[in-house]
Design a binder for this molecule. Structure first.
Ligand SMILES: Nc1ncnc2c1ncn2[C@@H]1O[C@H](COP(=O)(O)OP(=O)(O)OP(=O)(O)O)[C@@H](O)[C@H]1O
Ligand SMILES: [Mg+2]
Length: 352
């Protein structure tokens, strides 16, 4: 055991015994560089984010090589900004957390290398966090009263899953998409409506002014009780758009967006409610970028209330990628004595 490992281990043991930890968290899994300072898993002292959306919008999607380079350029000044906003010095940080997967390998490596260097230089414990577990923990920050177990519908750019969260850091996946993620479907359908990347939020806005019964799209069918499928729906919607174009018929964009959004949201809500009911768990939460969707938020609250469930929504700033959620998830890992060592590597396909 090296001097670093000994020191980090002793510190981790002390933090666990005290139940307190001020964590510097880093997130670089995709196209947002983010650094946050989080105390005891729930108190966010600062959350700094540098989004690369404007750069990638020029190409219609994330360019991995550019994402990695921009993370390298942003991470140092973002760390300074987060510490300054939190009003704490480097010497007041107890542990370092980093997303090690899933995500883009080069992008992840930037954060992992940076966090390892920071931890080594200051002799701090290093905590590896699963990005999707981070999304779930956004609820822990926003709702201190939320008790486990609860059912969480995770819908993001790369994932659509229903999880039974027994405790923070301990979950079971009940079901998920068998093909595309919900966010991916939103982004791809947005393209045929000439909505710039990332299409999801703008398509959602456009749909607010549309009639969701104007176009009829196939209801996604899938065997698994808690599974989703969005690929068939996405293809049917894109084909319908091409057909209308070929026939010289104008697409009523707001109606088109609203009809597609309705199909996705109905499917997500139906399966999430089914899972909560089957499990006999009266608490339902949302997580991930698509949790910002207006219709999804309205419907899950409305239908959840009708089913007698307490529904918890993360605030919009904690739905899409941020490092506060990583700092929260890391606290629970640290308290369970799960610390990483300096051999930590990026894991692009890390399972949730
Ligand atoms: N209001 C909205 N309506 C629909 N989709 C949205 C909305 N806001 C964001 N999204 C979608 O959420 C996704 C981004 O979420 P997030 O940042 O969690 O994804 P990611 O980090 O790229 O993927 P993952 O978390 O699965 O690794 C994009 O697909 C985006 O279009
Ligand atoms: Mg994400």
């Amino acid at each position: 055991m090296t001097a670093y490992h000994r020191h980090a281990r002793e510190l981790a043991d002390r933090l666990r015994a005290s139940g307190h930890a001020r964590i510097l968290a880093v997130e670089t899994s995709c196209d947002e560089t983010a650094v946050a300072v989080v105390e005891d898993g729930r108190r966010v002292l600062a959350s700094a984010i540098a989004s690369q959306i404007d750069t990638h919008a020029l190409y219609g999607g994330v360019v991995p090589e550019i994402a990695s380079r921009q993370h390298v350029e942003a991470i140092d000044w973002l760390c300074d900004q987060a510490l300054e906003r939190a009003g704490v010095g480097m010497e007041e940080i107890d542990a370092v957390a980093v997303t090690h997967g899933p995500g883009l390998v080069g992008a992840l490596l930037t954060g992992v290398s940076w966090a390892k260097a920071f931890a080594y230089a200051r002799g701090l414990p290093l905590v590896a966090v699963n990005h999707i577990e981070g999304h779930v923990c956004a609820n822990c920050i926003a709702h201190p009263e939320l008790e486990s177990p609860f059912v969480c519908l995770v819908a993001s750019g790369g994932h659509s899953e229903i999880a039974l969260v027994r405790a923070y850091g301990e979950h079971e996946t009940l079901g998920g998409t068998v093909d595309d993620a919900a966010g991916e479907a939103f982004d791809k359908v947005a393209r045929v409506l000439d909505i710039p990347y990332p299409g999801g939020p703008l398509l959602d806005e456009l749909a607010e002014g549309g009639d969701d019964r104007a176009y009829v799209f196939p209801k996604p069918r899938v065997e698994g009780r808690y599974d989703f499928s969005f690929s068939g729906l996405k293809t049917a919607v894109i084909n319908a758009a091409h057909r209308l174009n070929q026939q010289g018929e104008a697409i009523r964009a707001a109606d088109f967006a609203a009809s597609f959004r309705r199909a996705v949201v109905d499917s997500l809500v139906e399966k999430a409610l089914l899972a909560a009911r089957d499990q006999g768990i009266p608490r339902l939460t949302l997580a991930g970028g698509v949790a910002a969707n207006r219709l999804l938020r309205r419907e899950i609250v409305r239908q959840g209330a009708r089913a007698g469930l307490s529904v918890y929504l993360p605030p919009l700033e904690l739905c899409t990628d941020n490092a506060a959620m990583i700092g929260s998830a890391a606290y629970y890992r640290l308290m369970k004595d799960e610390i990483a060592d300096l051999s930590l590597n990026a894991e692009p396909s890390l399972a949730f």
